[in-house]
Design a binder for this molecule. Structure first.
Ligand SMILES: [Zn+2]
Length: 565
């Protein structure tokens, strides 16, 4: 027997009460057996290693134990011991994955007609039953329709959808769940105690996590870990055995992400690539880490005391906002799906990291800090008016905001979800009173868009070009085609708006003339077209959209694409 099978076999549960994590199934079966409500066919479904065939064998004992049909087979009678050791003549086990031949099935079922040799029931355990051929299912169905009293079918499958409904409807079905991580961890701890093998909590967690709900896998890996560590189990050894990504890379990535340091993120990715780590596994572990961080943020008690890197998880939980973590999790998962379509693994991995940077909701960076601080203070003080109860927290927040710009940013972003775009800050400087001194078409565009105008006067501002200006006077030029905008009343309205905007009186001259295509209207139109074609290009090159177009014959409705303003 190879080392890797020792524990899984030795610790395979022999009684219902030894089963871990399938209480709902055990309870139903136990009740049925105790009340002697027996079916002809049982179906156990669930992913690999959750205990389907283990339950099937215990059930076979329960039906055939010489103490009588019981939910608690004795384990010592000849039926029990022979079933445990795989030598019971009236228990026929077959793996449908390797017995799809209809002849084999027919032969078995013909045999079913004969009474059991020694036992109460002839029990057929058919594993991976969904693999049977159609005609094999038909042969089985005949027996199921008129089952001999002495025959019991115990079917197991990972894929019940592939079983014909006619068969399903004749089975009592039990769905086995993936075994929760903490159940697996507890069982591993119990096994290690009994085996007198020392092991740290982090190693147990790592092993339990890698088992992904399968107790059999968990025990196999535990065996390997014992062999790997030559009798003792330590975290570093377990990590290296599992090929688990050195978590420090992931934490470094998260740190760099928190600082929005793309260069650093690429440096870390390069180091991972150099060490030939599986970047697919890295994305999987990154998603797993993000899941833990999210738990730490929302349900801190879900993070067990012996969780590896517990402290760092809580540090990250404080660094990021919950919605950021949710977003990163999505990006990591999608990035992993896209990995096979990426130019190469490295490109797919780094692209995913860059997405986390790019899609992160914009927070005010260093320069516009004052702007956000002011906004945050304004919002807070307005909320003090709304009630005495809020006054304390708002005042407190004000105090925090004034003393700590970081807090101000956080409270601002938490309150609103809208962000201050850097563009706005740029435009504010454009509108400063001395801007007329350096008035060019771009600035006129900025000013024109901010003037408090509507209707025809607004058209005038938008369809003219700056011909000449001094600090006291602006001379505008309107093309022949827009002659109708020269109306004196429009000019007056524009002048008033300019004075209001610039904060000082300014003379305005508007004349007809030759234009160069640099009016706000033209500039805006060109900009819009450019943004539109950029948006279309971005959408067209999006891998997800391309997949839809290529695989599902989807059509892109170009007119529906709107650039993000
Ligand atoms: Zn027995």
């Amino acid at each position: 027997m190879s080392q890797t099978q020792v524990l899984a076999r030795k610790w395979r549960p022999k009684r219902f009460i030894d089963l871990t994590g399938q209480d709902h199934v055990v309870r139903a079966l136990t009740n049925a057996l105790d009340q002697k409500r027996l079916h002809h066919a049982y179906l156990f479904t669930g992913t690999r290693g959750v205990g389907k065939t283990t339950i099937a064998r215990i059930l076979a004992k329960a039906l055939n134990c010489q103490t009588g049909v019981t939910s608690n087979p004795c384990g010592t009678c000849s039926a029990c011991t022979e079933i445990d050791s795989g030598r019971f003549v009236d228990l026929i086990e077959l793996d449908a994955a390797s017995n799809t031949q209809v002849d084999k099935m027919r032969e078995l079922l013909e045999n079913a007609l004969y009474a059991p040799t020694a036992a109460r029931y002839k029990v057929y355990i058919i594993d991976e039953v969904h693999m049977l051929s159609k005609s094999a299912f038909n042969a089985m169905l005949k027996t199921l329709e008129e089952p001999p009293e002495h025959v019991k079918f115990i079917l197991a499958t990972t894929d019940p959808q592939k079983i014909p409904v006619t068969v399903l409807s004749r089975c009592l079905q039990f769905n086995l769940k993936q075994i929760p991580l903490q159940f697996i961890a507890a069982h591993l701890r119990h096994v290690l105690e009994q085996e007198h093998i020392s092991c740290d909590g982090a190693s147990i967690q790592l092993l339990a996590r890698s088992a992904q709900g399968s107790m059999r896998d968990a025990l196999s890996m535990l065996d390997q870990a014992i062999a790997f560590g030559e009798g003792k189990i330590e975290e570093a050894g377990v990590r290296s055995m599992l090929g688990a990504i050195d978590q420090s890379y992931l934490y470094d990535l998260m740190d760099a992400l928190s600082q929005k340091n793309g260069v650093q993120m690429l440096t870390i990715a390069d180091a991972m690539e150099t060490r030939s780590l599986s970047l697919d596994a890295a994305l999987q572990e990154l998603a797993a880490l993000l899941h833990r961080v999210s738990l730490a943020q929302i349900v801190p008690s879900a993070i067990s005391e012996d969780m590896p890197e517990r402290e760092r998880i809580f540090e990250l939980a404080k660094t990021f906002r919950p919605e950021d973590i949710q977003l990163f999790y999505q990006i990591a998962i999608h990035g992993r799906e896209d990995l096979s379509r990426a130019p190469d693994e490295y490109a797919g991995f780094t692209m995913t990291l860059m997405r986390m940077l790019a899609f992160r909701p914009e927070e005010a960076s260093t320069a516009p800090t004052m702007v956000t601080d002011n906004v945050a203070v304004a919002r807070s003080s307005s909320s003090t008016k709304s009630g005495a109860l809020k006054e304390d927290t708002a005042a407190q927040r004000n105090a925090n905001i004034l003393s700590d710009p970081q807090v101000a940013r956080n409270s601002w972003t938490a309150d609103t979800a809208e962000m201050v775009a850097p563009k706005e800050a740029a435009e504010i400087s454009v509108t400063s009173p001395d801007s007329a001194a350096t008035l060019d078409s771009d600035r006129w565009l900025a000013i024109a868009s901010q003037l408090k105008l509507s209707g025809m006067p607004k058209m005038l501002a938008q369809h003219c070009e700056v011909k000449h200006f001094t600090p006291e006077e602006i001379e505008l030029c309107v093309p022949e085609i827009h002659r109708h905008l020269l109306d004196k009343s429009y000019q007056d309205r524009l002048q008033v708006a300019l004075r209001e905007h610039l904060g000082k009186p300014v003379r305005l001259k508007v004349s007809l003339g030759v234009v160069t295509g640099m009016s706000p209207a033209e500039l805006e139109n060109r900009g819009k077209q450019e943004r539109q074609s950029q948006a279309i290009a971005a959408i067209e090159s999006d891998p997800f959209v391309r997949e839809l177009v290529e695989n599902f014959d989807a059509k892109l409705i170009v007119s529906s694409i709107k650039p993000i303003q």
